[in-house]
Design a binder for this molecule. Structure first.
Ligand code: IDP
Ligand code: MG
Length: 139
């Protein structure tokens, strides 16, 4: 497979806890190249586009509120199979069961909140990646 791009977000919990560098280190150490990066506080408009697939789910409103609760860092990473590779680095959605060695497994845990706070987002397919990169890096 040829080189591809993925969208990575360091979520508000990751930024608040000072884990931006930790995420970047893991992505770069793995050998992926970060080709774009910005910090922003996402508004509802941008989050509704990004999380359109989850609209109507029980955790949707808490997710929107959490993701707008503070600054996030958006980045584009590139490399062979980076979409799959970053999802492996991130670990399972539920940080309690995410494998140790992964970002979520090492650095996050269940906080008893309505939405899981798990430090990072990573695109789940080439279609999601190109759609999501356009949302955060518009052109
Ligand atoms: P992913 O981030 O591992 O791709 P998704 O299913 O796309 O997981 O869900 C998006 C985000 O919504 C998750 O990262 C997590 O923050 C939150 N979330 C997903 N499923 C649940 C749930 O069942 N309860 C609470 N929060 C959830
Ligand atoms: Mg997802």
């Amino acid at each position: 497979m040829s080189s591809e791009q993925t969208l990575i977000l360091v979520k508000p919990d990751g930024v608040k806890r000072g884990l931006v560098g930790e995420v970047i280190v893991r992505v770069e150490r793995k050998g992926y190249k970060i080709t774009n990066l910005r910090m922003l506080t996402a508004d509802r408009n941008i989050l509704a586009k990004h999380y359109a697939e989850h609209e109507g789910k029980p955790f949707y409103e808490p997710l929107m509120e959490f993701m707008a609760s503070g600054p996030i860092v958006a980045m584009v990473a590139e490399g062979e199979r980076v979409i799959e590779g970053f999802r492996k680095l991130a670990g399972a959605t539920d940080p309690t069961v995410a494998e140790p060695g992964t970002i979520r497994g090492d650095l996050a845990r269940d906080q008893g909140t309505k939405v899981v706070q798990n430090i990072v987002h990573g695109s789940d397919s080439p279609e999601s990646a190109s759609r999501e990169i356009k949302i955060f890096f518009n052109n």
